[in-house]
Design a protein. Structure first.
Length: 117
């Protein structure tokens, strides 16, 4: 059974940094893609950053230049380094993964990120 467990969220001042982690219960090389999403209250879940099996990455415009997605295969862990955080980055951040194709079909429980002004 595939499980994804996020950690690293918290409260930070604007301009600060956080690194989110997502530990998978299986080898992350099994996934065709892994990604970070976020969802603010009353809003739809949106893609933040994506990392394909081959190493290609893509970012939402909101995080370009500030966020970096990466992985550690030995630790079965996906990361999201977030720098220069803004109050509008406040959301619950979710790790997602796809075992086949492009549709994310496994999700973590989410980790809260709150950025104060």
């Amino acid at each position: 059974q595939v499980q994804l467990v996020e950690s690293g969220g918290g409260l930070v001042q604007a301009g600060g940094s956080l690194r989110l982690s997502c530990v998978a219960s299986i080898s992350i090389s099994s996934f065709t893609r892994m990604a970070w999403y976020r969802q603010a209250p009353g809003a739809q879940r949106e893609l933040v950053a994506l990392l394909a099996r081959g190493g290609a990455t893509s970012y939402a415009d909101s995080g370009k230049g500030r966020f970096t997605i990466s992985r550690d295969g030995a630790e079965n862990t996906l990361y999201l380094q977030m720098n220069s955080l803004k109050p509008e980055d406040t959301s619950v951040y979710y790790c997602g993964a796809a075992l086949s194709g492009t549709l994310v079909n496994y999700w973590g429980q989410g980790t809260q990120v709150t950025v104060s002004s």
